[in-house]
Design a protein around this ligand. Structure first.
Ligand code: GDP
Ligand code: MG
Length: 649
């Protein structure tokens, strides 16, 4: 399956053949070579190659097609994520694996997650790459353009400069010279922000990395240079945090040529899993150093030199035999790991797809159905939704609880407050009586002695007291109009949630009708108050009230006062006024603002059926239709995924 861009020509074969006896590949290495390298036995290689391909490709293709379908929006798919501190050699490793020059440099170069999909093509096929991000997809055929395209994508997503972004760039490379692998390159872990970076850039990067490596579906490829203290590397620490047993962590030791003299044995200890054990273990690779890049050593040449380096290395030579060194070995191991990982993940993935499918279908069934497409059915549909709206409005006005808030509880509390205002107004009777009495004596008194003008004074007092209540009555009206209007609007929002036109029409109508009704009630209230100035009640009613009053508190003649001699008589009458207003105002309000306006609203809404532009009325809001469309496409995606998965399980 692995076919790096190397070991192809007879020249190379002879150069390898010419190595000394001691450096000849070991048996295992030779076997590996036969499988993966064209320079060994060509015929053997061919058959092995295709067999392996047959075994590996379908799994990689499966995951790729799932990813292409957008399943990774719903579920985590198996992938390999490359993490490491800045300048640890991540890009170099990716470059060696892909045979593609990626953006490299000092500081932060990788600023967005980059999904590198390597797809092997048949021998004669042309190199091709497809870069996609957001809704953009570009195809190109010049390998030297990769860097430019990736940089442009990064600049667009993360802005020019040194910021990072968590949107994925996908770079698919199709070539006869790559191995089948999908890798995700992540920004390097930076410790100190550089100029222009936010203070928390380190945390931002860590969070981004974590979002990939914490998924149990991800194989974490941790890149650590040989020349640093491995135990202190942040990347390995992070990988250990999310994968304590190291079951899905593979460490890559880079820069073996830069290892400090005398510490080679320590490196070997690490590779032999004796320092920080990882079940997937370690692999040492040597990539192009800065000098080799400057000398323009090709990737092909570099990979050849890598093998030579290990063969000739006094300490690291053993690693070749153990399949723990070279980029080739890494590629082989990675592909196999990825396939194993995928195989292991398939049953769970299939379960998840099933669950997700079930949930999505359930959500869809709860989703309001869209309007039908047939014009005739559209009308019936409009009648249905308008009737539902009217039903709700009528229920509300009849006192049923339709929304979260119980309208009648709110109304009752406002009416109670109105009744309290009425009761309180009684208290100012004494003072008012005195004021009016004085005023009357001053302006109107004729020949009578002071205090003999009682009835007139009494009338004025009642009139003034009552008029003071007009304000609170109108306030009550106003606040109830707001409450009722809000609840009507709630119903509109509920019933026409996906039909903005209908909602808009209903809200406008509600406002207009309520204004009209409010004006009517206001007029009636004012009339009522004008009528109260008449100071009238049936004699029988008045006398009944007076008797009741005197029974409960007989007149104490000792308290007899010229200005206050008939408090009971006043009170008896005022009690009747209070009773009248206490009921009358709420009844007016309820009748006009709730009952009548509900009736008018319902009939106006039904009136829409004739004459309204059906297309316009039933035009769904993007939210509503998007929700259903999202669900539909998700269900389609998932069903297709389920279909695909079922062929593998
Ligand atoms: P990244 O920041 O992790 O992507 O690191 P790079 O891949 O850009 O590598 C950082 C520097 O280390 C570059 O100058 C590489 O040329 C150099 N480098 C990477 N691997 C090796 C290696 O095996 N040996 C030597 N000598 N230099 C290497
Ligand atoms: Mg890099």
């Amino acid at each position: 399956m692995i076919k790096a861009p190397i070991y192809k020509t007879m020249d190379q074969r002879s150069s390898v053949d010419s190595v000394s006896e001691e450096e000849k590949p070991s048996l295992t290495e030779e076997r590996a070579s036969k499988i993966y390298f064209s320079w060994s036995n060509n015929e053997m290689e061919g058959t092995f190659h295709s067999q392996l391909n047959e075994r590996v490709r379908p799994y990689l293709d499966l995951i790729d097609s799932l990813r292409l379908m957008g399943i990774n929006e719903d579920l985590a798919l198996p992938a390999i994520a490359v993490i490491g501190d800045q300048s640890s050699g991540k890009s170099s490793v990716l470059e060696a694996l892909s045979g593609v020059a990626l953006p490299r440099g000092s500081g932060i170069v990788t600023r967005c997650p980059l999904m590198l999909k390597l797809r092997k093509l048949s021998e004669r096929a042309e190199w091709k790459a497809i870069i996609s991000y957001k809704d953009m997809t570009t195809e190109f055929t010049d390998p030297s353009m990769v860097e430019e395209y990736v940089n442009a994508a990064q600049n667009e997503l993360a802005g020019d400069g040194v910021g990072i972004c968590d949107e994925l760039i996908s770079l698919e490379i199709l070539s006869p010279d790559v191995c089948d692998l999908t890798l995700i390159d992540l920004p390097g872990i930076a410790r100190v922000p550089v100029k222009g970076q936010p203070e928390d850039i380190g945390d931002q990067i860590k969070r981004l990395i974590l979002s990939f490596i914490e998924k149990s579906e991800t194989i974490n490829l941790v890149v650590v240079p040989c020349n640093v203290d491995i135990a202190t590397t942040e990347a390995l620490k992070m990988a250990q945090e999310v994968d304590a047993d190291g079951k899905r962590t593979l460490a890559i030791l880079t820069k073996p040529d830069l290892v400090d003299r005398g510490t080679e044995k320590n490196v070997l200890d690490i590779v032999h899993n004796r320092v920080i054990p990882l079940s997937k273990g370690y692999i040492v690779v040597k990539c192009r150093g800065q000098q080799q890049i400057q000398e323009k050593v090709s990737l092909v040449e570099a990979t050849k030199r890598e093998t030579d380096f290990f063969r000739q290395h006094k300490y690291f030579r053993v690693l070749l035999k153990e399949d723990k060194a070279t980029t080739q070995c890494l590629a082989t191991k990675l592909t196999q790991d990825l396939v194993d990982h995928i195989k292991k993940a398939l049953p769970t993935l299939s379960e998840q797809v099933k669950m997700d499918l079930w949930n999505s279908r359930k959500l869809l069934s709860e989703c309001p159905e869209g309007p039908p497409s047939e014009p005739q059915q559209k009308k019936a549909y409009l009648v249905d939704i308008l009737s539902l709206f009217n039903e709700n409005i009528n229920s509300l006005s009849a006192g049923e609880v339709v929304n979260e808030e119980n309208l009648f509880i709110i109304l009752r509390s406002h009416f109670q407050r109105w009744s309290d205002d009425l009761q309180c107004s009684q208290a100012s009777f004494g003072k008012m009586m005195e004021d009016v009495g004085k005023e009357y004596d001053l302006k109107h008194r004729g020949r009578e002695l002071p205090g003999f003008s009682d009835y007139k004074v009494f009338e004025i007092v009642v009139q003034r007291l009552v008029m003071k209540l007009l304000g609170p009555a109108l306030d009550t009206l106003k606040i109830i109009r707001e409450t009722v209007q809000a609840q009507f609007i709630d119903i509109s929002k509920m019933c026409f949630s996906t039909y903005p036109f209908l909602d808009c029409v209903a809200v406008n109508k509600i406002d207009k009708i309520q204004s009209r009704q409010e004006a009517k009630v206001e007029e009636r209230i004012r009339e009522q108050f004008e009528m109260e100035k008449l100071v009238y009640t049936q004699d029988t009613i008045y006398l009944k009230s007076l008797t009741k009053m005197e029974e409960s508190s007989p007149v104490n003649w000792a308290d007899f006062d010229t200005r206050n001699k008939y408090p009971e008589m006043f009170q008896s009458y005022y009690e009747i006024v209070i009773q009248r207003l206490a009921d009358q105002i709420p009844m007016l309000i309820r009748f006009f603002l709730l009952k009548e306006s509900a009736r008018v609203l319902c009939s106006e809404m039904l009136g829409l059926i004739e004459g309204v532009d059906l297309e316009k009325a039933l035009c769904e809001s993007s939210d509503g239709s998007r929700n259903r469309h999202d669900l539909l496409s998700r269900i389609e995606r998932l069903s297709e995924a389920q279909e695909k998965l079922s062929r593998f399980i």
